[in-house]
Write a protein that binds this ligand. Sequence first.
Ligand SMILES: Nc1ccn([C@@H]2O[C@H](COP(=O)(O)OP(=O)(O)OP(=O)(O)O)[C@@H](O)[C@H]2O)c(=O)n1
Length: 429
Amino acid sequence: MDEPKGPGISGYSQAVQNASRSLQHCLERAQEVVPQQQHQETPVYLGATAGMRLLSLDNRHVAMEVLSAVENKLRSSPFNFQGARIITGQEEGAYGWITINYLLGSFKQSGWLNFLPKLTSIKETVGALDLGGASTQITFVPEQEQSESQENSLHFRLYGKSYNVYTHSFLCYGKDQALRMKLVRDLQNAETGRLQDPCFHTGYERNVSIRDLYASPCTANYKQSLAFPQLHVVGSGDYQACQTRIEELFNKTSCPYSKCSFNGIFLPPLQGHFGAFSAFYFVMNFLNLSAESSPAPLNSAISTMKNFCSRPWSEVKAAYPQVKEKYLSEYCFSGTYIISLLKTGYGFSLETWQQIQFLGKIGSSDAGWTLGYMLNLTNMIPAEQSLMRPLSHAGYVGLMVLSSLVLVGALLLGWCIFRKPRCLRKGIV
Ligand SMILES: Nc1ccn([C@@H]2O[C@H](COP(=O)(O)OP(=O)(O)OP(=O)(O)O)[C@@H](O)[C@H]2O)c(=O)n1
């Protein structure tokens, strides 16, 4: 879901209109894909994520209005609408983990997919890294079963096996909110409305409304009265300086546990392979750093970013005329943010970076929380493994012959008992 624009009424009605427009588009697409005779029996669920969690924190009433506008639209669709709700960060992490492990076949350990040899050859489950616009999630099965923080642990029983899973969702650490947080921090020392920003290319300029910038619960605490209504951002394209500013977003000063990621949040030692999807993939794929067979090592990812950020905006724009300007202008920030989040935030090293695979799709399905949400709501993942093995062809034929013989025998016996044919009567009487 798109992020809320701001607390002004026009911003909110804009958010409702945007939600309604994207939904209309989704419904039209679904009506094309699902055969018409199956529309009525096709269940539809709607889950909203961190953009709506933030809107709800800021103005619960408006968030409920958005949800009810969406509900009305879905109710009037030809599908079997089952409900709309805002999911928690913990659910978002868990469903992302379920999706990728379901698609990779890790729960059944059958390894039925062979197009991702690196991940499908693994016997254990794969960790999930999800990056959105407003939040980011990390979810994996740690080596140690006992967790130091109950609020980060989940227990699943799937196909007869138990999983103790670690998960955490960082609200405000999606890439759009992280950029806002960086800008308000930069503003703290600003004397004028002009800001030199190393996370944008040289020659790039953007005006940002100060009111919009502070309109999110992620930035509200930094609010200060400024003499200028607009921030004029001017790019200076410097990866190293950009990284230094971004790293200030991760507070590593105190940790009440044996180990933390940042902001005092428990993180057990990283374990196994990870699939990184959503914006992790969009950005790394654009930068050619997501090769499925062997992702670029951390050092080459850093040199790619250094080189990309230093390119003048006019050159970047000319090289990628097909990419939306909003996305293109932010890839320097986003790529740098991804490296900082994984390296400084979660502590991936040169070695463990190699365990990350950036994934857009697995087979033909999107990697993301939505499939896991649907599998859970429709009870499609059993808690216990079925003990019945499917019959072989020979077994099936044998069973059919045996049941036919039993049936014929039963009919004959019935005929003999009720009709008492002469042959039998003679023998019996
Ligand atoms: N081709 C694309 C598509 C999306 N994005 C960006 O990817 C992010 C994630 O978008 P989305 O998957 O829609 O996640 P959200 O719904 O924003 O996730 P959340 O609410 O959990 O933060 C957004 O910053 C969006 O601008 C991108 O860089 N390139």
